[in-house]
Design a protein around this ligand. Structure first.
Ligand code: ZN
Length: 320
């Protein structure tokens, strides 16, 4: 169920031509859109419509402690995480364009100064996770750090995506620093590791770090999206090696040390069900050492079904 929920969410919206956006950027709370290389950002009408299909992506959610120094600061439907440390704080992902004020309000509600955020990491360069990053970087002064393979897509604001083309742009993000597979970022004592889990995008990244409560330190994993919503898996000239990339991603996620699985879309790891269980008194409800493996297995099965269908369709199209 865990993947199918996310897949329905993503694919469902794609069928209608998008994977979502904020409401009409009511010329957003952010004030005027920043001018990028292509001029001020303008959200296409198709993206505006899609917010209606994914209202959780902008739905307020009270921030809370996940474990140790890891906090949930996103809207209800997008996993956006803050990891705090004496040397500075790290934000992972930025929601859809227009989500920045909500995320910033959540950070402040935790008593944290926005300027304590030193880095903003990205899971992947799609508009539902990178859309608010330009504004967040501006408002916090933080550096954006992203996988080298996604940096160009971030810098061009999601345009010319190998699967989506120009359908889902976002305000271009200046990437101050890039990372490659296995690279460990050090912010004082806080270590965050970038694991390349490509396929969903070329630079799709699973971030891992540890958070402690007393002497109990746990592996937290923000698993990269392993879905292929609406993707052309065979013969896409813009991504000819997409199958190999997905295979690599499944294997990486399945093998990670994983105590608390988190995800850019919380439904990918049944996050809210676990939170509800914890609220009912099960203090360990977020801990699931098999969670990453289970997610990878479900994702692989969905992917293989999707691929088999595309192969069958291609074969029948070739028949006279
Ligand atoms: Zn995506």
């Amino acid at each position: 169920m865990r993947l199918s929920m996310a897949a329905i969410l993503l694919c469902g919206s794609l069928v209608q031509g998008a994977y979502a956006q904020v409401p009409a950027p009511k010329e957003t709370t952010a004030g005027p859109a920043p001018a990028g290389p292509q001029g001020p950002f303008r959200m296409p009408a198709s993206e505006r419509r899609n917010i209606a299909d994914n209202p959780s992506w902008t739905a307020p959610q009270k921030p809370f402690r996940i474990y140790g120094d890891t906090w949930y600061v996103g809207p209800r439907g997008l996993g956006i995480f803050l990891v705090t440390a004496p040397a500075g704080d790290v934000l992972i992902d930025g929601g859809v364009p227009g989500d920045a004020p909500l995320i910033e309000a959540n950070v402040r509600a935790l008593g944290i100064d926005l300027h304590d955020i030193k880095w903003i990491l990205n899971s992947h360069a799609h508009s539902d996770h990178a859309g608010g990053m330009a504004q967040l970087a501006r408002d916090t002064g933080a550096q954006v750090i992203a996988n080298a393979a996604d940096a160009p897509l971030l810098e061009r604001g999601g345009r010319d995506d190998p699967e989506y083309g120009d359908r889902f742009p976002f305000p271009p993000v200046h990437v101050a620093r890039t990372v490659t597979d296995g690279e460990v970022l050090h912010l004082g004592d806080l270590l965050l590791t970038a694991h390349s889990t490509p396929g969903h995008t070329r630079g799709n990244t699973t971030w891992t770090w540890m958070s402690c409560e007393g002497a109990r330190c746990l592996h937290l994993v923000d698993v990269g999206s392993l879905s292929a919503p609406g993707f052309r898996l065979i013969g896409n000239p813009k991504y000819p090696d997409v199958l190999e990339d997905f295979e690599h991603g499944f294997a990486v996620v399945a093998a990670l040390p994983c105590d608390i699985p988190l995800a850019p879309h919380p439904g990918m790891v049944d996050f809210w069900e676990r939170v509800a269980k914890r609220e009912r008194g099960d203090a360990n409800a977020l801990v699931d050492p098999a969670g990453c493996r289970a997610y990878a297995k479900d994702a692989r099965e969905s992917f293989e079904a999707q691929l088999a269908k595309q192969r069958a369709d291609a074969a029948s199209a070739r028949r006279p």
